[in-house]
Design a protein around this ligand. Structure first.
Ligand code: HEM
Length: 491
């Protein structure tokens, strides 16, 4: 077997490719490299092997077909510094991960998520109501709606206000997570001695923020679960993922129960951290795409008028008859890939692929979105830089031959995102409801001219668009009435 590592940029002794690692839009640099080195590119940073997969084939051959040895995660030092071992996304491949994964899967399988449709429906309708009240705050309203949607499923709480303590804990924890894992704070992963240095030491500045990051993530992990558990004990809790987990534990011994409670607590916090912002960021793409493409909006509204009609709001039974709306959801997931390099996998055994050696313990990343890689690859998606939902349709129906972006944008193999179907149905309901009732158009600048914001991205592990403005108005007085009359059952 081969001992030749895959090709890649030539590094320096000891430090390896530390200076080659790009800080801005790394997926684009990795793709450029693939043009000279091939679809599998190798780097080494202080002895840590890093492998980037740049084609759908390499990703599927390794992360899917050989998933049994490509499903580990890296043991980030930051995880123990922040004490977030409870976060299942970051768990090593093994029995603890398996137990957590099984628990999440039970509550987010295709069958079960149907029981969450009423929550997704009423939070989407509440969103319409908020958009009507203060349309300029559309981003805050949407962020709130998607956070509330998932918190209600997990803890059974109707989150009626952005200041609700659950939402506050959840959002500060999510922000702390994103900040802690920004590339600049991760030098400690390669130079572990930095964790023992005072915070004034170059590269150790992150230590100043550690207590706050820790406090924020602990708030989400502990407070929300303990609060729900107390309500469950009093018999006042509404049915939810947490209450049904607690019910299932009722026959266990106290020791067994403690173990199961820990799992329940971990998965409920993980689901929020993993599911709320990712879905919200996809909604940002939706609004901006609608500002830029009025003809797409018009076509969507024609479909809604034909299928749903002007006299009511869309519901889940309309989904199969709204292929164009479903295609818009797919195009949003493809167009701006929220986790462009996925969540890094790691190997548990040595492997050989295409004559190249991939060592045990290597970090393996799937480049989902470089200029032309997987989700922006012109063979699968002609004119990949154009927002065009039609690419998913054939004779007016969804075309099964076009690769569904949800199967790429949400990861691979045994670590594939267990919340992908829930995410897609939440996006569908929010987008269908908004398009049915509102017209989204450019904001006007001081001269009264339409202003078209650019797709400007933030950097990091999870990317999203910078805030922007747009105009959101009810499509007609009748639609406004419809929203108002639905708001009673939506609150
Ligand atoms: C548009 C929305 C979403 C996107 C783009 C997204 C993306 C991802 C990605 C890229 C991964 C890493 C997969 C891998 O390692 O190969 C992941 C994992 C995960 N996602 Fe999602 N996700 C979304 C929504 C959700 C939702 C709504 C939930 C809630 C149930 C969720 C729960 C999780 C969990 C628990 C994991 C960790 C899986 C594991 O490590 O075994 N995600 N997601």
């Amino acid at each position: 077997s081969s001992t030749r590592l895959p090709p890649g940029p030539k590094g320096w002794p000891i430090i390896g490719n530390v200076f080659d690692i790009p800080h801005s839009k790394p997926w684009e640099t990795y793709f450029q490299w693939s043009k000279c080195y091939g679809s599998v590119v190798h780097m080494n940073v202080f002895g840590q092997h890093i492998v980037v997969l740049n084609t759908a084939k390499a990703v599927s051959d390794l992360l899917e077909t050989r998933s049994s040895i490509y499903s580990d995660r890296i043991r980030f030092i930051m995880i123990s510094l922040l004490k977030i071992e409870w976060n299942m996304i970051l768990m090593s491949y093994g029995s603890a991960w398996r137990q957590h994964r099984r628990a999440i899967h039970r509550y987010f399988s295709d069958d079960v998520i149907r029981t969450y449709h009423p929550v997704q429906l009423h939070t989407s309708r509440k969103l319409l109501h908020n958009l009507l009240q203060t349309p300029t705050n559309f981003l805050q309203h949407t962020h709130f709606a998607l956070g509330a949607m998932i918190l209600e499923v997990i803890y059974g709480k109707s989150i009626d206000h952005p200041d609700h303590p659950y939402l506050k804990y959840a959002n500060t924890a999510a922000e702390a997570g994103i900040e802690a894992f920004l590339p600049g704070n991760l030098l400690v992963e390669f130079l572990p001695f930095l964790q023992y240095m005072p915070s004034w030491f170059p590269g150790a500045g992150f230590k100043r923020r550690l207590p706050q990051w820790y406090a924020d993530s602990r708030g989400l992990h502990n407070f929300t679960f303990e609060d729900s558990k107390a309500e469950f004990a009093c018999g006042t809790a509404k049915p939810s993922m947490v209450t049904s987990m607690l019910e299932e534990m009722s026959h266990l011994t106290p020791a067994e129960r403690a173990v199961e409670e820990d799992i329940a607590k971990n998965v409920s916090a993980t689901v929020y951290v993993a599911g709320a912002d990712t879905t919200y960021f996809t909604m940002q793409t939706f609004y901006l795409a609608m500002v830029h493409h009025p003809h797409i909006q018009k076509r969507a509204q024609e479909e809604l008028d034909r299928v749903v009609g002007q006299g009511r709001l869309p519901n889940f039974s309309d989904r199969a008859s709204l292929p164009y709306i479903c295609a818009i959801v797919k195009e949003c997931l493809r167009f701006v890939v929220v986790v462009p390099l996925g969540v890094a996998h790691s190997t548990t055994e040595d492997d050989v692929y295409d004559g190249h050696f991939i060592p045990k313990g290597a970090i393996v990343m799937a480049n989902q979105w470089s200029a032309w890689a997987i989700l922006h690859n012109p063979e699968d998606y002609p004119e990949p830089e154009t927002f065009r939902p039609e690419r998913f349709l054939k004779n007016g129906n969804l075309n099964p031959d076009v690769r569904d972006p949800i199967t790429v944008a949400t990861g691979f193999g045994r670590r594939i995102c267990p919340g992908r179907h829930f995410a897609e149905s939440g996006l569908f309901m929010s987008i269908a409801s908004i398009l049915h009732t509102f017209e989204i158009s450019p904001a006007l600048n001081e001269e009264g001219q339409p202003f078209y914001p650019e797709f400007k991205l933030t950097a990091g592990l999870v990317i999203h668009l910078e805030d922007f403005e747009c105009t959101i108005k009810p499509r007609s007085p009748a639609m406004e009435m419809l929203i108002r009359s639905s708001s009673d059952d939506a609150t």
